[in-house]
Write a new protein. Sequence first.
Length: 379
Amino acid sequence: MKQVAVLATGDELINGDILNTNTQLIAQFLRDNNINLGLQMIAPDNQHVIADAINYLLQRHAALIITGGLGPTSDDCTRFALSQATSAPLEFNEASWQRIIDRFTKLKINIPDNNKQQALFPQNATVLINSKGSADACMLIHQGKMIFMLPGPPQECLTLFRQQVLPKLIEADFSHKSIRKSWLLLGVSESDIAHKIDQQIGEQDITVGYRVSYPYLEIKLESPSLDNIKAVIKKIKPYISSYIISEHKLTASEQLQHSLSKYSGRLVIEDDATGGLLESTLKTPATFNHVLFNHAVHFDESMNTTTVRIQGLEAFWDEDPTSTNTSIAICIKSTSDMHVINKQIPYRGKRTQLLAVEMICWELYKHLTQPRQQVLETN
């Protein structure tokens, strides 16, 4: 199966001065289009090191995307490294140079002579016009391999990738059939559930992945066969159904925020447990008028008002190292009913507070969105 490699260049990436967001987003776009991503590498602003990296990746992949190092300065050496790696001499592209002249003239900026190097491209390369900046990109076919050279600034890089690189990869049959399913779980650890799921999968042609982002665990299934996915789902659902928060990667707090932004009433929360973390999590410009914290409220029958009192987390605030669990109590009262939800929470030091907030958000979300009887039955 054909794979695509990504090589990001720049001392600022090697040194950790900035995050390599281009590769992250390119990887997501590739995956969303069922294109297999192979190795990802970062190289410094050194022509010979970049050339070595290009050769290494081309030996193992059918396509290579290179980002960064297409500027006019002496440390922008990617085009020279690509020429070195492929033995394709650089040629001056008059049309690309004219676009640079037009851009600088429009901005009323003098054009330094060193900008001419931005119009140099490997022989037989196809120039990809950069509508967002001065550095055009290019595509080069070398020994049957597709090579794309893109500028580093994210707005330029990602626009070129989405509009010009991705369609070419799809046209070249890099995309393959793949069925995916994922769940976001809350209240269970990877070690508690992974072996149970793995036992159910057996020898089927299916890939399972686990991603921990505390307090959540994401479970991911992928297979070329829909029947395989359905069969595995049927087997593992009993083990995960009580922990599922979302099938769309949305956390409990994100779902509650969205629900509150459309809430027709008001939610008044007296929080004596999370130390303000719940409020800072939920308060956004969209939810500001729908949720109040620590306000005394007298019920008005004409208004849809729900009050919530949250208590607990004593072991967390006492920093008790001997505790294995702590608890929270959520009392929800509306004009028509009142009920109390008691939750045991594993004590995980500083992370306990985060887990408690997400669990509280989940209970409040269910209260706002599910039929009243269903909420009472599930608690």
